[in-house]
Write a protein that binds this ligand. Sequence first.
Ligand SMILES: C[S@@+](CC[C@H](N)C(=O)[O-])C[C@H]1O[C@@H](n2cnc3c(N)ncnc32)[C@H](O)[C@@H]1O
Length: 263
Amino acid sequence: MVGISATATQRRRYLDRYADGFHISARRKQKAEILAETLAALLPDADALELVDFGCADGAVPVLMLHGPLGARIRRATGITLLDYNDLPDKPAHQHQRFLRTIGDLEGSLEHLTLPWGACDAVTATAFFHYCDQPDIPFAHAAKLLKPGGYLLAGMPAPWVLKLRSRGIPGVLPRNGRIRTIVPLDLYRRLAAAFGLVEVSRQAVQWAGTEWTTGLERTLRHAHFPYFGAQHLVVYRKAGEETAPADTADTDFHRLLDGLAGR
Ligand SMILES: C[S@@+](CC[C@H](N)C(=O)[O-])C[C@H]1O[C@@H](n2cnc3c(N)ncnc32)[C@H](O)[C@@H]1O
């Protein structure tokens, strides 16, 4: 795996950054900051960036990015989301003149939507893929949206975290019944590769959790397990036209899953 060109100091910050408790707005602020830092490192010279955010909910993360230091370099951020459990129709979306929220199903066809097909510098997707039954479909959309050389930045919880959250712990952690897919990050790597999205880096990030869990994570990393993390930021790069995916690459998620299980 090739490391992205973030500086050593930036990498240390990802590893050591504490989430600050249960406040969802604070987590989103951290997500926006880390995504913006990563994009700035990946695309140091690009201007007028075209971004799309998958599963944007109320748009807090892209709008925070627009308000942050990268904001002046973003031409437009388009969020795509379902209106569902946490995005009730009467809950207003965050506003910014260069943010556009589009309601759509990323597991369905997006052809009826006006989107910057083939013109995106980056697609972001935090806390999103595990809510899909068919994550191959949003990977296909990302590949179609991105320019060659563009990036998909995916925030992926580790499978053990998703198992815990999906089952819950009585009296401690409420059950999350909306999680649909729990697979190793290596399966996402293979799936993405089938659409010409090459995984270029995978880093532990601390943008969720409580102080004691993030403290424990940090201790474990510093002690013995440098890659241990509850959450990862995975960066995929869209291959250039010269390395388009082979026709034979398997894009069927459930067949890949069966293969993984040795069936
Ligand atoms: C946990 S929220 C994450 C919100 C935001 N990305 C963040 O990191 O804070 C997951 C979002 O994904 C959206 N979502 C789930 N499945 C989707 C689908 N098939 N198409 C579009 N949006 C979807 C949900 O509506 C929800 O807003």
